[in-house]
Ligand binder design. Structure first.
Ligand code: C2O
Ligand code: CU
Ligand code: CU
Length: 513
């Protein structure tokens, strides 16, 4: 009997009632008793599968615009061999194709919703008019079409599109409504980086999924899942479990997207080999950084170049950091808003490193070096800012008050009005005991500091999503260069999708000053 299955069958209210009965005492949360340690996370015996690589969709250029046709529909996928689960996909049964566009061109996207529920598609990381953003206000009703168009202003990088349905983003992304976007530009093309799609330039959408003992996909909706976010007991890359990639080049560029609903990952290479970190969320770093480990929270991306010139097979591995230290700690309990919660270990906790992707080079190849300099980025100058806005993230009593500055997301309330063109410091403080990835729409910002300390290499470049650790304060510098709209807001929110859905989100207008 799978306890998760049972838990997901209970409604939230019943669980809350049960929790309430124990108001200040110990609250037992649903555990998975039978599936002791996860089975397939570490690729133990489920075989190796060739990494699926999403097809590249370059659209069609019509009258000076690059036009994409996206059709959202219900599908099916076998997350465990032989057991089909219902999914959502875009021009595919699950996930979608990689859209490729160039900086400076105009794009138009025709999005058809073939689901029997509403959906939205948000272009994560893009600066664009609020009406084209694809947030909760751009609902596409069942059977309807939405056709936004905008100019691609982003630097070359990996972006992504995903559902942003009000209170329903978590389940739709989990079901598959998410896919990569490649933006290319001249600046990056001049660098001779590995850039042949599917050959030496590979998107990796890393997602965990929870399967019941029969192999069916589960989306638990109990209080534990809302608080911690939905985390799985299986790992998929581009929908492939135990993925293997046959490399034919000496340098391999991996574009990693943490597309999970809630899980953080610390990525590294087997054998302690370093990887060259070259690109953050919003484009090239100033120079490559040799790193042994790389932390990505949901919504974040990073690009690394891996040296395969020696011809030895290696693996991209990960551990899953505890992003809730002290709150519902693994072995003990923790204090939360006055009520004590105790949780025993469940089968979604991963202490051991697990394999994400096995890389098999075809043989040794000549060494190829990256350029020592990648891009000239503007200096981060906080003195440009004419005002500071503060955002306090909190989870409230047992996750019941997911909020920013004390308010939960309300579609009818605009929380901030930001003058266009004005440099600002956004000071994001985490009042809870769990780390939150804070994401801002319509912006690529720079990280000034974390509790006054300089940020790590990944945060020296442009970012649209940044981890804010428990009790930490992160300051970012930003400016909305264009696109005023007196009515339609953009979002800022936690990218743990269950937190977003539960209200850790706010709205801002970009206005004329
Ligand atoms: Cu990737 Cu507002 O979302
Ligand atoms: Cu976004
Ligand atoms: Cu959060």
């Amino acid at each position: 009997m799978d306890q998760w299955a049972k838990a997901s069958g209970l409604n939230r209210r019943a669980l809350l009632r049960r929790a309430g009965a124990a108001a200040t005492g110990l609250v037992a949360l649903p555990l998975s008793a039978c599936e002791a340690r996860n089975s397939l996370f570490s690729a133990d015996g489920a075989g190796a599968n060739p990494l699926a690589i999403p097809k590249l969709d370059q659209g069609i250029v019509e009258q000076g615009e690059r036009v994409f046709r996206l059709s959202i529909s219900a599908g099916q996928k076998e997350f465990a061999p032989g057991v089909a689960s219902p999914t959502i996909g875009v021009n595919a049964p699950y996930l979608g194709q990689t859209l490729e566009m160039r900086r400076g061109e105009r794009v138009q996207l025709h999005v058809d919703n073939g689901l029997d529920e509403g959906a939205t598609v948000h272009w994560h990381g893009f600066e664009l008019p609020a009406a084209a953003d694809g947030g909760p206000h751009q609902l596409i009703r069942p059977g309807a079409r939405w056709s936004p168009s905008f100019e691609v202003r982003q630097r070359a990088s990996l972006y992504w599109y995903h559902s942003h349905l009000h209170r329903g983003t978590g389940p739709q992304v989990y079901a598959g409504l998410a896919a990569p976007i490649y933006v290319r530009d001249d600046e990056e093309d001049a660098l001779d980086l590995p850039s042949e799609y599917g050959v030496d330039d590979i998107p990796l959408i890393v997602q965990d999924r929870l399967l019941d003992s029969s192999g069916k996909l589960l989306y638990p909706q109990n209080m534990h899942a809302q608080m911690m976010g939905v985390r799985g007991n299986r790992l998929y890359v581009n929908g492939t479990q135990n993925a293997v990639f046959d490399a034919r080049t000496g340098l391999l560029r991996l574009r990693i997207l943490n597309g999970s609903n809630a899980r953080f990952y610390d990525f590294s290479l087997s054998g302690g080999q370093t990887m060259q970190l070259i690109v953050s969320d919003g484009g090239l770093l100033e120079r490559p950084h040799a790193v042994r480990s790389l932390r990505l929270a949901p919504g974040e991306r990073a690009q690394v170049v891996v040296d395969l010139s020696e011809g030895r097979p290696l693996s991209l591995v990960a551990t899953s950091p505890d992003n809730s230290r002290g709150m519902m700690g693994g072995d003990g309990g923790g204090m939360m808003g006055g009520g004590m919660m105790v949780r025993r270990r469940d089968d979604t906790e991963m202490d051991e490193p697990f394999r994400v992707l096995d890389i098999r080079p075809s043989g040794s190849s000549p060494q190829r070096k990256l350029l020592p300099q990648l891009a000239a980025l503007p200096a981060i100058d906080p003195s440009l800012a004419v005002r500071t806005r503060r955002f306090v993230l909190d989870m409230g009593m047992m996750g019941g008050g997911m909020s920013i500055n004390g308010a939960s997301m309300n579609m009818n309330v605009v929380n901030e009005r930001v003058p266009v063109g004005q440099w600002e410091i956004w000071e994001i403080a985490n009042a809870s005991m769990m780390a939150h990835p804070f994401h801002i729409h319509n912006a690529q910002f720079r990280v000034i500091d974390r509790d006054g300390r300089a940020p790590p290499p990944l945060e020296t470049g442009f970012k649209d999503t940044v981890i804010v650790n428990p009790r930490e304060q992160v300051r970012v510098l930003l400016r909305f260069e264009e696109y005023t709209d007196p009515d339609l807001p953009y979002m800022y929110h936690c990218h743990i999708l269950e937190h977003e859905d539960a209200g850790m989100m706010g709205q801002f207008l970009v206005v004329n000053s």
